[in-house]
Design a protein around this ligand. Sequence first.
Ligand code: HEM
Length: 417
Amino acid sequence: MFHVMKHGHYISRFGSKLGLKCIGMHENGIIFNNNPALWKEIRPFFTKALSGPGLVRMIAICVDSTRDHLDRLEDVTTELGYIDALNLMRCIMLDTSNRLFLGIPLDENAIVLKIQNYFDAWQALLLKPDIFFKISWLYKKYEKSVIRSCKFLPIRRPFKKDLKEAIEILIEQKRQKLSTVEKLEDHMDFASQLIFAQSRGELTGENVNQCVLEMLIAAPDTLSVTLFFMLALIAEHPQVEEAMVKEIQAVTGDRDVQSEDMPKLKVVENFIHESMRYQPVVDLVMRRALRDDVIDGYPVKKGTNIILNIGRMHKLEFFPKPNEFTLENFEKNVPHRYFQPFGFGPRGCVGKFIAMVMMKAILVSLLRRCSVQTLKGKGLHHIPKNNDLSLHPNEQQPLIEMAFVPRRKVAKNQEAK
Ligand code: HEM
């Protein structure tokens, strides 16, 4: 596993060319750009935006966005006092990503829905055989984006002209904005860098649009579900919640979390690692061999598609209690070679550092204000899940709602007992 992740001749992924073309990912963007030369031109734009000053700015953005969304919680709370916690996390992820990478006002709920439809389409088309695209009346209709619903594909609405068009409109607004601002250096974010690269002839407009789209969907597709699972685990393990709240109080006191607090939040960090190990969102890594190789004596032919089961690796004897959720699994020195929730190497997750910072900032901001309860007190294993491109809750089922109880109320209830 380490060999494949580490070496430069495994820097491609795989998937149906026609399927990827259909959703705009074929040789565009980064996530499923399987042309190594084109991918190499794109990756530095992402690396730059997701590290250095951007990463530090993201902490304050996460604090503000979490506060704004918690302030408006009443608007999304049902009569019984519950909220769709996953959707709330998706809205926070989209908002934080937009604030850092694009900076154009958008309709959060509408775009979140379009992202879900895009993700459904991506999952449905990624591994379809070519025959599907050649003979299927379904696909032809679908390509023209005229179908409203389809019983074979889990697509709720036509997606092609949906998310992509919405992003194109936002990028056009960004271009307009850039052409009128006085101090350009104050607006040099990820989207601006790409727009200027296009004007220098280094990128096509289509590629710029796809890169922005992928940057805006990356966190809502992964981090929101990860945080949702974490909230369910917190509700189920009050002693872990208590340990984290105690640490947060000791490190931040009465102020918001800041960049220099990040390395001090050890319990929170162990909790994040253990949650990602125990209940991963991404448990598979996909790579293609770009040349012949031999791994541990086994020949690997050029063009071989490889799926690395990181989820399985995280449940092996490298951890003291691999099948239990317990912070003990990360209390002693963990063999980090065997814990790779973000993949690893040149094609590893480019967002892994910012993702850690975002999870810490959002969890700390949330736990300072609220305690979380699941519907009917049901634990994580009661929440039905789907496992396709990623592991995520089945949203057709109940049990994904949660109650966010303000901390002052929790303290009062405890006093009364
Ligand atoms: C808990 C959150 C996240 C998890 C578990 C996760 C996990 C992963 C994994 C396993 C990969 C494939 C790595 C490989 O092939 O070795 C990946 C790729 C990627 N991730 Fe993440 N990720 C997360 C958050 C993010 C965030 C917040 C961003 C950006 C805002 C991001 C952007 C990307 C991109 C662009 C790629 C493709 C990189 C490439 O192909 O060069 N991820 N992620």
